[in-house]
Design a protein around this ligand. Structure first.
Ligand SMILES: [Zn+2]
Ligand SMILES: [Zn+2]
Length: 250
């Protein structure tokens, strides 16, 4: 498993700075808040020998000692931390949608890291929902939480079999349980991995790929997936355990 790089930390660090009073954040707060949103795992979560730091927190400290942010004029050094510059704010707002999207779903550490890498390398990168909601016109200002109705409709079409769409985790079927056609629209769509469209990809290619990374789930399962940050790697176990408990209670 690859460790996080300083470059991958830039965008989330600027985000936390911008959301803090005066655009200023201490290194200490930066470490705890970045840990809170990125949930480092593997080697990054390990404690360095003879120190209190993890590999991850050491990497955050390096943002200062290596001048990663100041040399790019994205932030200035403050007494015990950083202050975001106007260039930093501009950089953040041009990628804010992608960041919001990554942070809104319980993507795992690996997925978040690779998505942050993509941001750095491809300026044209956008979450697929943004593209769909505007046709092919790229608008960066749409809030990612306003789910694209087209992607949702395509996903519902894709996951409906014999006129039925069930929660992929617990099997719950709204119309069957409530009868009378109630609850038809209550199924929710969960994103397993971050979905982006690249410049060299056609819309249909992206859509096809996007569907592979979606899952129809009931609101209960969806809530549990998010509140426990169940990532792509743990989903199968999560589903298997639900099935086993269900069978045991029959
Ligand atoms: Zn469910
Ligand atoms: Zn979700």
């Amino acid at each position: 498993m690859e460790r996080i790089t300083e470059n991958q930390l830039i965008l989330p660090a600027l985000y936390l700075m911008a959301n803090n009073k005066g655009g200023v954040i201490t290194t200490r707060d930066l470490i705890s808040q970045l840990t809170g949103i990125l949930h480092p795992t593997g080697v990054d979560a390990m404690i360095l020998k003879n120190r209190k730091d993890t590999y991850f927190s050491q990497k955050v400290r390096n943002l200062k000692s290596h001048d990663t942010l100041t040399s790019k004029d994205l932030a200035t050094n403050e007494n015990k931390g950083f202050k975001i510059t106007s260039k930093g704010r501009a950089f953040l707002s041009s990628h804010r949608d992608v960041l919001d999207y990554i942070l809104a779903e319980p993507f795992n550490y690996e997925d978040i890291k690779s998505a942050l890498d993509d941001i750095k390398e491809r300026d044209d990168l956008l979450p697929i929902e943004e593209i769909i909601s505007e046709g092919n016109v790229i608008t960066k200002n749409i809030k990612i939480r306003e789910r694209s109705s087209i992607l949702r409709l395509r996903a519902i079409e894709y996951f409906t079999h014999d006129d039925k769409i069930c929660c992929d985790c617990c099997g719950f079927n709204f119309p069957q349980y409530y009868g009378g056609g109630y609850g038809k629209d209550c199924i929710e769509i969960h994103h397993i991995k971050p979905i982006f469209q690249y410049k060299d990809e056609s819309f249909d290619q992206s859509l096809e790929k996007a569907l592979q990374n979606l899952l129809p789930v009931c609101p209960n399962c969806h809530r549990v997936i998010h509140s426990n940050r169940i990532g792509s790697g743990q989903l199968i176990l999560f589903k298997t355990e639900i099935k086993q408990r269900k069978q045991a209670s029959l």
